[in-house]
Design a protein around this ligand. Structure first.
Ligand SMILES: Cc1cc2nc3c(=O)[nH]c(=O)nc-3n(C[C@H](O)[C@H](O)[C@H](O)COP(=O)(O)OP(=O)(O)OC[C@H]3O[C@@H](n4cnc5c(N)ncnc54)[C@H](O)[C@@H]3O)c2cc1C
Length: 408
């Protein structure tokens, strides 16, 4: 039976996160984007409100929820902060801690996850390197075996959360991908580590960082990590040696659902603004510009695209829950790939289009900083240019799933 409604619990959860966000984030989102910091206080209060580690079990300090709940939270954060800074913080702090809860060692899980759940720690993803992000199988950061662990050498770039970990919080890090096998083994020679770069206020040895000056979504920073024989203990290995690529792909599948949900949120913000303005602005014999089909039809199309993207997002979240929580026989993590890549591809195209339509509806007003339209547009564009996987890579994943890996 097909049922498109949310359960009572899901509706109540949406109401509660929305009410928190409308009081604590919506009035200051542009200020956060302007100053480039969400601030420790807000992050901690989001943790207390249950925004992080939503799909992680309560045993590890998570919220004991699932991906539909996490998608609801990400969508509402994207709506309250259309510049997406806080949405990025939220979605990373749900998807990657969940992966840690699946494959991490008991020691590391019980150390990291409760801190993430309380809003005291950030746990993101460090995959991309200067040589290019799309070819994860070709990454060059090396993890050398030493007594009791690994020493890591290499560079990571465009990493979200660098300032938050090193300058805002006392604890945090990333799921770090590094080569433990031969270069010619490509993706079969990569391992995943819970790389905790800062613990109890102290930055780990062998780690340098810098912040990149990005054009948008300033509520979370984007930076570089330089690892010069940074030590990672054995217990921080996530899953088996040389299986890190597959673990990361599972994580990207899950993170992309939440990326897509956040893009729906920011697109909804844009849609509301264009509806309001099209009713208010009066031209040509004092008619609202919404009476011109050149204005109303693009708005209608955005509304339709948002609904289509939203269906894909929640279908992907529902699919993730069937795989990871209901554990339906016959379903594998890989079965999520088509749905999550489709949701990300569509939701990002939709939010970018929503902002283009908003800009045309506002006219010159959208070009004035005060309207903050550009902040939302730049947030969406971060996902069009690559964050959480380039749009072409989404098409590649979909093509592999529908045509067959051996043909693509
Ligand atoms: C704001 C922001 C935050 C980010 N945060 C993180 C983070 O927290 N952690 C992290 O690890 N990374 C992060 N990234 C990096 C992101 O994962 C990469 O941008 C993405 O993987 C693409 O890599 P690239 O930008 O190096 O582009 P490239 O891989 O160099 O690709 C360039 C272009 O070529 C196209 N292309 C590449 N290969 C193919 C192909 N086989 N077929 C067709 N087209 C192809 C791509 O679509 C793209 O348009 C972030 C990026 C941004 C913009």
């Amino acid at each position: 039976m097909v049922d498109y409604s949310f359960s009572n619990d899901e509706e109540l959860f949406r109401e509660s996160v929305r009410s928190f966000l409308q009081s604590n984030v919506a009035p200051i989102w542009a200020e956060i984007d302007e100053r480039g910091r969400a601030g420790r206080e807000l992050i901690t209060s989001m943790g207390e409100q249950g925004f992080f580690a939503i799909p992680v079990s309560e045993e590890y300090g998570g919220q004991g929820g699932n991906f539909v709940f996490a998608a609801i939270a990400a969508e509402e954060v994207g709506y309250a902060d259309p510049s997406m800074g806080l949405a990025v913080y939220t979605l990373l702090n749900n998807a990657w801690p969940f992966i840690l809860s699946l494959y991490g060692s008991e020691d590391v899980k019980s150390e990291v996850l409760p801190r993430v759940g309380r809003g005291e720690a950030f746990f993101g993803i460090a995959s991309t390197e200067p040589r290019g992000g799309s070819d994860v199988g070709g990454l060059m950061t090396i993890a050398r075996r030493v007594e009791g662990g690994y020493e890591v050498e290499g560079e990571k770039i465009f990493i979200s959360g660098v300032r938050e970990v090193f300058e805002e919080l006392d604890y945090g890090g990333w799921l770090l991908l590094a080569r433990t096998g031969r270069v010619e083994d490509r993706h079969r020679g990569i391992s995943a580590f819970a790389f905790i770069a800062k613990q109890d206020g102290a930055i780990s040895d062998g780690v340098e960082y810098s912040i990149l000056e990005t054009i948008g979504r300033h509520g979370i920073s984007t930076g570089m990590l330089k690892l010069n024989n940074a030590y990672i203990p054995d217990k921080a290995l996530i899953g088996e040696v040389n299986r890190g690529f597959y673990i990361a792909m599972e994580g990207f599948n899950l993170a992309r659902i939440l990326v897509a949900a956040a893009n729906i949120g920011t697109a909804r913000w844009a849609l509301e603004r264009m509806i309001e303005w099209s009713r208010e602005r009066r031209l040509f014999d004092d008619k609202p510009i919404s009476s011109f089909q050149g204005v109303s039809f693009p708005i209608a199309e955005v509304a339709m695209e948002i609904e289509a993207a939203r269906l894909l997002v929640y279908k992907a979240a529902w699919m993730a829950d069937r795989i990871y929580f209901k554990r339906e026989p016959g379903l594998k993590p890989r079965d999520l790939s088509f749905y999550s890549a489709s949701a990300k591809l569509k939701a990002v195209e939709t939010s970018v289009r929503a902002y283009e339509t908003l800009m045309k509806t506002y006219g010159a007003l959208s070009y004035v900083k005060e309207t903050n339209v550009y902040r939302g547009m730049l947030g969406s564009l971060s996902y069009l240019v690559g964050a959480e996987g380039a749009q072409n890579i989404m098409k590649l994943i979909i093509a592999r799933e529908v045509i067959g890996r051996e043909y693509v």
